[in-house]
Design a protein around this ligand. Structure first.
Ligand code: GCV
Length: 711
């Protein structure tokens, strides 16, 4: 009787214990539909033995775990099965020589998955030149089953187009995350290296499933402490954990470290003692972390120290560090996100002005890491003019996955279309088709050291990214880093199927909701090319009235330039002439009102309130309508999601519902506060049918958020 009560008790508890909370990300491996299970199980009845290298061991374990979950039986249990063998093979293994597999085309990290017959048995070969390719292939194979595709006749070859596929964590050593909206840092520096949280393995699995192969562990606003022996030991413990998953660790390097931890009086990059400090530091790190990736540096930007403090250049600084890590195979990522304290120049022009003249002068192991746009991860920015302008330099992309300017973690904004918009932009540097994607994958200028970095949105929250849907932004970033030309709608479909399930009644509306979500955020925050209109410091909510302070280019009024006569930043020849930084055809189009896309209108032009938009609306009316359109879209997402309750587990459904309500209220707040502010200049009524703001302008201006996260 007591036993029965216990079993019943456990059964009652079980659903709660199993409730999904998002921890499993897109690697949930929930059972596929009964009808499909038999076919999949037949294809995956046994895994042939594999060499026990660290990476092949985790590859095999992942395959077993995935198949067990998806197909419902341990694949190994049926070893010896006549058919349905899966063969994992790396390099010239006897098991696969003679199969005529095109291994040569796979490079160091690519893989192939092919259905063949080996020894009379129907076999799925997952092969690569190196073990890591096999692990990537295993994740791909599992994703085929997760997304409901056939695995009967496979002939897949996949090779990453970008060499360094990186996450950048803006994580401080005290676990506070700059611009982090998902809890604390996942890197528990205090307990490392003695204790490595098992979560680190799941972090590595998730990244490897996307092909991410590098992670910068600490903030670009760096502390020299991260380069001291105790912290190197901590980083080494993480590196050991990540290594089987093909992930290298990198650290940020504070440029003044020679003074702060090296006892020197200068950090001048041409000073022999400084150069010796960095060389010795690199040697010390590589002794502990033999495959250390290298350094990421923010120099002479927003108060960070750098070579210009000594009258030296970015080239002097970057090359000095490159010489230190170069002999070990390390790389230096040097950020182009710079704007000077003294410069009255349009901030959008400064990165280009500083870096373009140095084209061809950086060492081969330096990557200049360029943000997608010239200001700062705004909801919409035209592509950065440096793309296409430095053909003799390794240029890497920096995207922001964490949503500093896009509603933190409570707004559902799928960033895929935003990333895709930048990557598909045509720089025209070498004629039509010179897309940013082709700069990034190196094909435009024949560059080998290619890179894409994403500022991570990962934290200690149980769901990793602060919300269920923000996981999609980590996911799409990884997929685009592998292939910058991949379509983000298809990626959203994969993510939805793997994260919530393959039922089309769920997938179709969710994907459609995701695909329009970024445009909606642009509408309710900064329509028609407006930018940098958020609250001061924390960047939460609207703050179009922000003015004063230490520098004009940290204010909203500097960017909107609203007055009674009009609104917008003139970046044509009559203004800052930033359009001249683009290839002539691109710049001419941006500068021409007949050519520029209205989505970028006020980024490049200052226009009267009565300027006629293509719709026939005046600029003022069109702006107001767009704010409202954004709010309506969020209404639509709320409705759609409410109707999806039957297809989503209760806990995740509830969390998303709550956040969508927050987003709805905040979208309204953005609309109302922005309209209230700009109407003081436009002095025009709202178009018919557009309701007045809910509160007075004074009300919105008085709101304060001293405890907003991520500052
Ligand atoms: C890490 C913006 C952010 C800062 C960030 C900076 C950068 O200015 O607000 O928090 O600092 O970009 O990218 O370096």
């Amino acid at each position: 009787m007591r036993f029965l009560a216990l079993v019943l008790g456990l059964l009652l508890l079980a659903p709660a214990a199993r409730a999904e909370d998002g921890y499993d990300l897109w690697l949930r491996y929930k059972p596929v539909a009964e009808s499909a299970r038999v076919a999949y199980a037949a294809r995956a009845a046994a895994i042939a033995p594999v060499a026990e290298t660290p990476t092949l061991t985790v590859a095999r374990a992942e395959l077993e775990r995935g198949l067990t979950g998806l197909v419902g039986q341990p694949a190994s249990a049926a070893a010896g099965a006549r058919d349905g063998v899966i063969l994992l093979a790396s390099g010239a293994t006897p098991a696969i020589t003679g199969l005529g597999l095109p291994l040569k085309t796979l490079g160091e990290e690519g893989y192939l998955i092919r259905t063949v017959t080996v020894g009379g048995k129907a076999t799925t070969v997952i092969a690569a030149n190196r073990d890591i390719g096999v692990l990537y292939g295993v994740f791909r194979y599992l994703s085929l089953i997760q997304t409901g595709q056939s695995v009967d006749k496979l002939d897949i070859v996949s090779v990453p187009k970008v060499k360094l596929r990186m996450l950048n964590h803006w994580d401080n050593l005290d676990r506070h995350v700059e611009r982090g909206y998902s809890g604390q840092s996942i890197f528990d520096w205090w307990r490392l290296p003695g204790h490595v949280d098992p979560r680190m393995v799941d972090y590595a699995r998730a990244n490897a499933s996307l092909g991410i192969n590098g992670t910068v562990l600490n903030n670009v606003n760096a502390k020299a402490d991260s380069l001291t022996a105790p912290f190197i030991a901590k980083a080494a413990a993480l590196a050991d954990t990540f290594r089987p998953y093909g992930i290298k660790v990198y650290l940020t390097a504070r440029f003044s470290s020679p003074m702060e931890i090296g006892g020197l009086k200068t950090a001048d990059p041409l000073d022999p003692a400084v150069r010796a400090f960095w060389k010795a530091k690199a040697d010390e790190i590589y002794k502990t972390i033999p495959d250390f990736g290298g350094f990421l540096v923010k120099a002479n930007s927003e108060g960070q120290p750098g070579p210009q403090d000594y009258g030296r250049t970015h080239v002097d600084g970057a090359n000095m560090l490159a010489d230190a890590v170069g002999p070990h195979g390390g790389v230096v990522f040097w950020r182009a996100f710079v704007y000077s304290h003294e410069q009255p120049e349009d901030r959008a022009k400064q990165g280009y002005n500083e870096f373009k003249p140095f084209d061809g002068q950086f060492r081969d192991n330096v990557v200049i890491q360029v943000k997608n746009g010239a200001i700062d991860f705004q909801p919409r920015e035209p592509f950065h003019p440096l793309f296409g302008a430095m053909p003799k330099t390794n240029l890497g992309m920096e995207f922001q996955i964490t949503k500093e300017y896009l509603g933190f973690s409570t707004h559902l904004v799928y960033l895929g279309p935003m990333f895709e918009e930048t990557l598909a932009s045509d720089t025209m540097a070498k004629g039509k088709g010179s897309t940013v994607a082709k700069v990034i994958d190196g094909s435009l200028d024949g560059r080998k050291l290619t890179a894409m970095a994403g500022v991570a949105n990962i934290g200690s929250d149980r769901n990793w990214s602060g919300s269920q849907f923000d996981q999609a932004n980590w996911y799409v970033f990884g997929r685009l880093a592998w292939d910058p030309e991949a379509g983000t709608q298809a990626i959203a479909q994969d993510w939805t199927r793997m994260t919530f399930g393959a039922d089309p009644r769920l997938v179709t509306p969710v994907v459609s909701m995701m695909m329009g979500s970024r445009e909606a955020a642009v509408d309710y925050m900064t329509p028609l090319g407006l930018h940098h209109q958020m609250g001061e410091g924390h960047h939460y909510g609207p703050g179009p009235w922000v003015s004063g302070g230490p520098r004009a280019d940290w204010t909203s009024v500097y960017y909107a330039k609203a007055s009674e006569t009009g609104i917008g930043f003139d970046r044509t020849a009559t203004g800052s002439n930033a359009t001249a930084q683009y290839a002539p055809a691109v710049g001419a189009c941006y500068a021409d009102l007949k050519c520029v896309d209205e989505k970028d209108l006020l980024w490049f032009h200052h226009l009267p309130w009565d300027y006629r938009l293509k719709s026939g609306d005046t600029l003022w009316d069109g702006m107001v309508k767009r704010y409202g359109r954004g709010v309506s879209y969020v209404d639509g997402m709320n409705r759609t999601w409410a109707g999806l309750a039957p297809y989503v587990d209760a806990r995740r459904h509830r969390e998303v519902s709550d956040y969508l309500k927050i987003q709805r209220a905040e979208a309204q707040w953005w609309r109302d506060a922005s309209i209230a502010w700009f109407q003081t200049f436009a002095k025009r009524p709202l178009p018919a049918g557009e309701p007045a703001p809910n509160h007075t302008l004074e009300y919105y201006k008085a709101l304060g958020f001293p405890f907003a996260p991520g500052i």
